[in-house]
Write a protein that binds this ligand. Sequence first.
Ligand code: ZN
Length: 179
Amino acid sequence: MNWSRRGFLGAAALTGVASATPVLANIPGGVRKVGFHNLHTGEALDVAYWENGAYVPDALQAVNHVLRDFRTGDVHEISPKLLDLLTSLSARLETGQRFQVISGYRSPQTNAHLHELSGQVASGSLHMKGQAIDIRLPGVDLTHVRDTALSMAVGGVGYYPTSDFVHVDVGRVRRWSGS
Ligand SMILES: [Zn+2]
């Protein structure tokens, strides 16, 4: 299969439509909820981040905090579109489990450090923009998480079977595998 062509078509299909509509096609009701368990800090958060037709600022701040760079303590805005992606993913997987978080926001210094340590960390990572997250879901096969994320054609999907996580982001539609 020619993934670059598929990615191009996917990206083209997303332009010219109302923002977030394709992401949320599968989400019922007027409330959007997301749950996180940050594996580095042990913190958990269950929050309704969209209610009555709008994002909830306090809830978004709570998300920003739980997904902060745990190495430096830096807090950065997490893209609400990324939360919508996760909400849709959770609905499609029919799981009520919290997302276990391996990596959320990464400050430039943390990302540069990890990039030096590992060829798996991109120097221009979307983690630095709050547009990417590395996750797994307890009780859900990692390949199922990957394939479902790919079927949404929202952004990038990276599969890391040895490290046991899937990277998702709201950048261009693309895919890759790591270890
Ligand atoms: Zn990642």
